[in-house]
Design a protein around this ligand. Structure first.
Ligand code: GDP
Ligand code: ZN
Length: 306
């Protein structure tokens, strides 16, 4: 499994659990996917060993079929994508009600993209120690809303023993490859560090964050135990820039998808068409106003995380 990629060098975790440096020889072509990097963190690859003097290196021969991947455009105009990570079992979206406030628009966009990439997402409301009574009540309301849409919600705090992140999340992430995302300042690094027993990994993370602010970097995977890994993703804000046709956006809002077949027009985008079942449900308060608002702004705005 590829656990780190720099674009020309790769780190593989091989059968016996050890780490092997590897590279690609020749060209690896991927069917139906135009990308700048054919091999990404999370990939399972076939490799062979190559002796070059006193070090043994790996040569990657082939990428095994992925069960999912996340991709972003290499740059705005490019038709090529860059794969950020593959074979992800779940995402943790770290959010905060305050200090700083994570907008519902951001949460809804993330959930849309994650579901387009087939990545189940749990929402983690961090820093609950800082919430006022009202904010806590609001947090509980949101937890109810998002749980009802299929996204479990968990409260955490680094400052309260009863909400300690590893305690709250251990079972959730066990034996999974977990993508961590969220706005800067919500506590991603703090939570990741809480999971990592060894100091070297922490240093790696800090370096990566530093680079992430200035240049394009690649995701790296950190092991919590043999079968549990966290993938931190610099540049995740660009994650949203993939093309979903207007017609399809509502498919990724489960509360809308359930109603769409009842709209009068089968090309309805649930804006102001007559006899739109989605809009009628919104008017009856059966779709949360914040969700409908997010839907409208996504329809309206191609730069998803702009
Ligand atoms: P990142 O940008 O998402 O990686 O966020 P950091 O992990 O760097 O955290 C940003 C700031 O929030 C740091 O000063 C942390 O010490 C602080 N922080 C993280 N988690 C908590 C928490 O649960 N409660 C409080 N009060 N502060 C936190
Ligand atoms: Zn409609």
């Amino acid at each position: 499994m590829v656990i780190k990629s720099t674009g020309s060098w790769y780190k593989l975790k091989i059968e016996d659990g050890s780490i092997l440096n590897a590279r690609i020889k020749g060209k690896i072509r991927l069917k139906e996917l135009r990308v700048t990097n054919p091999v990404a963190v999370g990939d399972f690859v076939d490799y062979e060993l190559e002796d070059s003097g006193d070090v043994t290196e790996g040569v990657i021969l082939n990428v095994c079929k992925r069960h999912n991947y996340i991709i972003r455009k290499s740059n705005k105009l490019s038709k090529h994508g860059q794969i950020i990570a593959t074979n992800i079992d779940m995402a943790l979206l770290i959010a905060t009600i305050s200090h700083p406030e994570t907008s519902l628009g951001f949460i809804d966009r993330f959930l849309l993209m994650a579901s387009a990439f087939h990545i189940p997402t749990t929402i983690v409301f961090n820093k609950v120690d800082l919430y006022s009574e009202n904010e806590l009540a609001y947090c509980n309301n949101l937890s109810e809303l998002y749980s009802s849409l299929g996204h479990p919600c968990i409260k955490t705090s680094l400052n309260l023993a009863e909400f300690e992140p590893t305690k709250m999340l251990n079972e959730v992430i066990k034996n999974k490859k977990v993508l961590i995302s969220g706005h800067s300042g919500v506590g991603k690094s703090s939570i990741i560090n809480a999971f990592l027993p060894n100091a070297k990994q922490k240093v790696d993370i800090i370096n990566m964050h530093f680079k992430g602010k200035h240049t394009t970097t690649f995701a790296e995977m950190f092991f919590v135990d043999d079968n549990t890994a966290i993938i931190d993703t610099p540049g995740i804000r660009d994650f949203g820039v993939i093309d979903i046709p207007q017609q399809e956006i509502a498919h990724y809002f489960p509360e809308m998808r359930a109603l769409m077949s009842k709209c009068k027009f089968n090309n309805c985008i649930h804006l102001n068409e007559p006899e739109c079942a989605v809009y009628e449900a919104f008017e009856r308060n059966e779709i949360a106003p914040s969700r409908y608002q997010s839907y409208l702004s996504i329809l309206d705005n191609e730069n998803m995380f702009g």
